[in-house]
Design a protein around this ligand. Structure first.
Ligand SMILES: CC(C)(COP(=O)(O)OP(=O)(O)OC[C@H]1O[C@@H](n2cnc3c(N)ncnc32)[C@H](O)[C@@H]1OP(=O)(O)O)[C@@H](O)C(=O)NCCC(=O)NCCS
Length: 388
């Protein structure tokens, strides 16, 4: 592991901690899964530029690339795809478990619990050998979409829809959610969104998964930690918050006043800014185009037009760029996905990256255990209860 020396000569520890607050600019480990150049706006999975993958690949191929480390040959992809399709179903008790949650439960809460529970039903049980962990990684990647669709159907009192092994990962997810086989443009949009969200270096949820894995906790536990971390609006929860913002603003002519007021009140505008990118998030480029194309195909450009206006105003007033979550909101909305399911949809994709990182961590493990700079009092005398 590279421990990322951040203490420059002459810096006090306190200065260094401040510079690296939130571990910004700290290299916390080595990885060969994905890389980001924040200055140039480049994201690559296993060295392959995200633009090429978004335009020419599929989620299945990207999941193989992340989990197995190279682009698959035709036969490898066929076998991997078959395996993913075979592993989609989840055991019946998961449905019973989901029925226990009150309907108002946030889908990330029930998803997180169901994925944790899947650990108890996994075919590999308590086997944590590398071969069993690789199978768990693939199984979780296959099952995440099934669980997300179940979460939504169960809370609405609808019957679950069994996965259809003749459909691609993207099409099957939309099918299990809505009960209808998606049109080709909807399948392509979903597939592209899955490709674009699949991995992103040491983001917060991936790091949480790696920390859990580094204790030699099991794969399901590590992915549960990742799901818990993804929910927050500063991370994956931002896509849901973006849609709520767009609905609140309502019309392009209201964007300027709304953004001005929000910035004056020192509010964060969801879907903007990034911890690493200093220029356009390369994922946003594709999602922006997809949002326009889907809106036009459906004769409903309203959300794209509003998003474009908000983006222009935020850029002009604060110099911030849209991130992955900004245009994914209108894409998912036009695909008919309920707003509070946006972050679970993120997980349907990111599970491929999470599990790849867990396997990588376990392949060369050392317990992740940083230190803190203690700022409290020292040498404090213990005062007995009756003298306080
Ligand atoms: C992603 C995010 C957490 C990165 O944060 P960060 O690297 O810690 O950056 P900071 O929060 O230190 O922001 C630096 C400055 O930009 C401002 N800023 C950053 N993102 C902002 C946003 N979305 N809206 C308004 N101001 C923002 C900060 O207020 C700060 O301004 P200041 O210097 O005047 O105080 C942050 O941009 C954010 O909260 N964005 C909204 C949530 C979101 O979309 N998350 C998904 C990320 S993919």
């Amino acid at each position: 592991m590279n421990n990322g020396s951040v203490i420059a000569t002459g810096d006090s520890v306190a200065d260094t901690v401040k510079q690296g607050a939130g571990l910004r600019n700290v290299v916390a480990g080595e990885s060969s899964i994905s890389s980001i150049d924040g200055e140039r706006g480049v994201l690559a999975y296993r060295g392959i530029d995200i633009h090429a993958l978004a335009e020419q690949s599929s989620f299945e191929e990207v999941a193989f690339l992340l989990l197995r480390g190279h682009l698959p040959a035709r036969a490898e992809l066929d076998a991997f795809t078959q395996e993913l399709r075979r592993e989609r179903p989840v055991p019946a008790p998961i449905v019973s478990l989901l029925k226990l949650f009150p309907p108002a439960t946030h889908p990330m809460t029930s998803l997180r619990s169901a994925v944790s529970a899947l650990g108890g039903f996994d075919a590999d049980g308590n086997d944590d050998t590398p071969a069993a962990n690789a199978r768990k990684a693939l199984r979780l990647t296959a099952q995440m979409g099934t669980v997300v669709a179940l979460v939504d159907r169960v809370r609405r009192g609808r019957d679950p829809i069994a996965p259809d092994p003749s459909l691609s990962h993207a099409a099957n997810f939309l099918f299990m959610l809505t009960g209808e086989r998606p049109r080709p443009e909807a399948e392509r949009a979903m597939d592209m969104a899955l490709i674009l969200h699949a991995d992103h270096e040491f983001n917060a949820s991936t790091f949480a998964a790696r920390v859990a894995a580094s204790t030699l906790a099991d794969v399901h536990g590590a992915i549960t930690a990742a799901l818990a971390t993804l929910k927050g609006p500063l991370h994956g929860g931002a896509n849901e918050a973006v849609m709520k913002t767009l609905q609140e603003i309502g019309a392009p002519e209201r964007a300027e006043g709304w953004v001005r007021e929000a910035l004056a009140a020192k509010k964060k505008i969801m879907g903007f800014g990034h911890a690493v990118y200093r220029t356009e998030d390369p994922r946003a480029t594709h999602l922006r185009r997809m949002s326009r194309q889907l809106g036009e195909a459906k004769g409903e450009r309203r959300w794209y037009d509003l998003s474009e206006r908000v983006e222009a105003v935020v850029r002009a007033q604060k110099g911030l760029n849209a991130n992955v979550d900004f245009y994914s909101a209108s894409v998912y909305h036009i695909l008919g996905i309920p707003t509070d399911l946006f972050t679970p949809v993120f997980a349907v994709s990111r599970v491929a990256g999470w599990t790849a990182h867990v396997l990588e961590q376990l392949g060369n493990n050392r317990l992740i255990r940083p230190e803190s700079e203690y700022t409290g009092p020292r040498d404090v005398a213990y005062v007995p209860m009756d003298q306080r």
